[in-house]
Write a protein that binds this ligand. Structure first.
Ligand code: ZN
Length: 309
C-alpha cells in the first residue's frame, strides 16, 4: 500500500493486531486475530502470516509485545502469552529478509506517543499505561530507554507504600497494586463490603476497572473517590519519576484510563507536586492523557522499525 513505511504488530495477551503504518502514524490497513497462547513458534507463524497478508513487499516489521524483551529483540519472558527466550526479531529477519525490531509493548507505546501522539512536542517524556497492570515507557531526548537487559521502564513496580498492598509481581506496595484496572476494581469491591457505602457499583456482577470508570462518569461519588485515590497513588510514583528524570511530560495511557483521566489526572498532579524537590522553584512536568489509544504500541513499533532502514 502506498504511503506505508512499516508494519506495526501489537501482540497482547489475548489478541494480535497488525497494520500498515504511514510516516505520520496513520493506521492504513488493519488486521486482527486471537493470540496463539503458550507457544513461541505459533506466535512467530501468526506474525509471519499477518505480515504477508498486509504487504507482499519488503516493508520493515515492528512488533510490540506484552513481555520483557532484551535490546536484541529476544522475548525473555511474557507471562500472559506464555513465551520465554524467543529470538523473535532475529527469526523474523531470517524468515522474511526484512528489517525487524521487537520491543516491550509499553515501551513501543511511549515511543509512538512521543513521535506522533500527545508527546510530539516533548523532548523527554514518561508514559504510564493503565490496563490490567501498570506498564511504562521512558523516552529521553527522542530515544527509548531500555536498560541493560530490557528491564527498564517497569514503572508499575515503583514502590509507593513499603509493606503495602500485594502486587502480582510478588512485592508489596507497588503502584500497580493501587492504580491498575484490577487494583481499582479490587479496592472498590473491598469497600463495598461496608453496607453503609452507597454506590451503583453494588449491583455490578464481576466488577472491573471499566465499571468503576463508567460509574464515575455517571456521577457515582463512591466510584469517583476510588479513582481520585488511585490517581493520588500514581502521583506519588510520578513524583519519584520526576525527581529522577525531570521530564517535560508525563502521559497516562491505556484505553480505559483516557476516560478515567478526568478523575485521576488532577489527583495525580496534585500528589506529585506536593512531593517534588524544589517545587516552589520549578515548572512541574505537564500531566496529560495519551492520544493514540490502544494503537500506540503498534504505531510506535512500526516507526521504530522504519527508523532502522
Ligand atoms: Zn509489583
Amino acid at each position: 500500500m502506498s504511503g506505508a513505511v512499516a508494519i506495526g504488530v501489537d501482540v497482547g495477551g489475548t489478541k494480535l493486531v497488525a497494520a500498515t503504518i504511514a510516516a505520520d502514524g496513520t493506521v492504513l490497513e488493519r488486521r486482527r486475530q486471537s493470540t496463539p497462547a503458550g507457544d513461541g513458534d505459533q506466535v512467530l507463524r501468526t506474525v509471519l502470516e499477518i505480515v504477508e497478508v498486509l504487504d507482499d513487499g519488503t516493508l520493515p516489521i515492528g512488533v510490540g509485545i506484552a513481555a520483557i524483551v532484551d535490546p536484541e529483540g529476544t522475548v525473555r519472558y511474557g507471562p500472559n502469552i506464555g513465551v520465554r527466550d524467543l529470538p523473535l526479531a532475529a527469526r523474523l529477519r531470517e524468515e522474511t529478509g526484512r528489517p525487524a525490531i521487537v520491543k516491550n509493548d509499553a515501551t513501543a507505546a511511549a515511543y509512538g506517543e512521543s513521535r506522533v501522539g500527545a508527546g510530539r512536542d516533548a523532548a523527554s517524556m514518561v508514559m504510564l499505561t493503565i490496563g490490567t497492570g501498570v506498564g511504562g515507557g521512558i523516552v529521553l531526548d527522542g530515544r527509548v530507554v531500555e536498560g541493560r537487559g530490557g528491564f527498564a521502564g517497569e514503572l508499575g513496580h515503583i514502590i509507593v507504600s513499603d509493606g503495602g498492598r500485594r502486587c502480582p509481581c510478588g512485592n508489596r506496595g507497588c503502584v500497580e497494586a493501587y492504580a491498575s484496572g484490577s487494583a481499582i476494581a479490587l479496592m472498590a469491591r473491598e469497600r463495598l463490603v461496608d453496607r453503609e457505602v452507597e454506590s451503583s457499583l453494588r449491583e455490578v456482577v464481576q466488577l472491573d476497572g471499566k465499571d468503576v470508570t463508567s460509574a464515575a462518569q455517571s456521577g457515582d461519588g463512591f466510584a469517583r473517590q476510588v479513582l481520585v485515590e488511585a490517581g493520588g497513588w500514581l502521583g506519588v510514583a510520578m513524583a519519584s519519576l520526576t525527581n529522577i528524570l525531570d521530564p517535560d511530560l508525563i502521559l497516562l495511557g491505556g484505553g480505559a484510563s483516557i476516560q478515567a483521566g478526568e478523575f485521576m489526572i488532577p489527583a495525580a498532579r496534585e500528589a506529585m507536586i506536593e512531593r517534588l524537590i524544589g517545587r516552589k522553584h520549578r515548572e512541574p512536568p505537564v500531566v496529560a492523557a495519551a492520544t493514540l489509544s490502544d494503537d500506540a504500541g503498534m504505531i510506535g513499533a512500526a516507526l521504530l522499525a522504519a527508523g532502522q532502514r
